[in-house]
Design a protein around this ligand. Structure first.
Ligand code: NAD
Length: 256
């Protein structure tokens, strides 16, 4: 892991770009939306809830990432509004529900499964958003763009919320599978992921953020890693871990 700092000019290339985002109505997504708008980008935001802000460069399309038709409508509308898709931030997620031994039976004597909703939003929703983004990026003129996935520290650490941990490992697995495919495709499309540790958002109970004290970071700090990975200077397959407001790049190995 290599620690580094992020400078404002690292994401200067985002001015004038078109970003499709999921989960932009609160927390990390909202902070990233504000940063992107400040930088002069246009944001088309898909979320089940409306954003608490209005801006001439922000369009909101009510979107449930578990619904393929909603996601298709989000991208179609973006194309209608802006004629292209430069960057995608697949960020929507929920906190997960499963905190149990997998072999414990429920009150009906049935085997409990990790929550399918968590897997549908946090894993399948992310994959489908990314696939649609790549589809648009490869079929526009000129082709190109970047996809940023919100993974988590629990993408590579043990975390007892089993369904969340499973989904987030999957997000990183998806990126690791896509990188060599995008590289061999020759298309100028990048895929990267941020892996925040505990961040003060509505997702994290106050008791946890309180107990962690200085171990938590703000969504505004995490937003900077999202913008960095979207921008033109980012490489292919970068993974940025943020912890206590500090950024670390995790170097990835390659299996031939
Ligand atoms: P948040 O609850 O503030 O934001 C999540 C957003 O996703 C909300 O706006 C919510 O309305 C939206 N959303 C939920 N279900 C959706 C659906 N089906 N379709 C569309 N939108 C939906 O929480 P956050 O912490 O900002 O979470 C953003 C991302 O960051 C998530 O993927 C989360 O797993 C990840 N993350 C958070 C932390 C943390 O400590 N907060 C740490 C690591 C990763």
């Amino acid at each position: 892991m290599t620690e580094f700092t992020i400078q404002d000019n690292d994401f200067a290339s985002l001015a004038g770009k078109v970003v499709v985002m999921t989960g932009g109505s609160s927390g990390i997504g909202l902070a990233t939306t504000k940063l992107l708008l400040d930088l002069g980008a246009s944001v088309v935001s898909g979320d089940i809830n409306s954003p608490p802000i209005e801006h001439e460069k922000l369009a909101f399309i009510k979107t449930d990432v578990t619904k393929w038709t909603d996601l298709k409508a989000l991208f179609k509308r973006t194309k209608e509004l802006h004629s292209r898709v430069d960057h995608v931030f697949a960020n929507a997620g929920i906190s997960g529900r499963a905190d149990y031994m997998a072999d414990e039976l429920d009150e009906h004597g049935e085997l409990q499964e990790p929550s399918t909703l968590t897997l549908d939003i946090n894993l399948k929703g992310v994959i489908n958003t990314a696939y649609l983004g790549i589809h648009y990026m490869r079929h526009q003129e000129p082709a190109g763009g970047s996809v940023v996935l919100t993974a988590s520290a629990s993408s590579f650490q043990r975390f007892r919320v089993t369904d969340y941990c499973t989904a987030k490992h999957g997000v990183l697995g998806f990126m690791r599978g896509m990188v060599p495919n995008l590289q061999t495709s020759g298309l100028p499309i990048r895929i990267n992921a941020l892996s925040p540790s505990w961040t003060v958002t509505g997702m994290v109970p106050e008791a946890i953020t309180h107990a962690l004290g200085s171990g938590v970071q703000t969504p505004e700090v995490v937003a900077r890693s999202a913008a960095l990975l979207m921008a033109d200077n980012a490489r292919q397959g970068q993974l940025i871990y943020s912890w206590q407001g500090r950024f670390m790049e995790i170097e990835e190995g390659v299996l031939m």
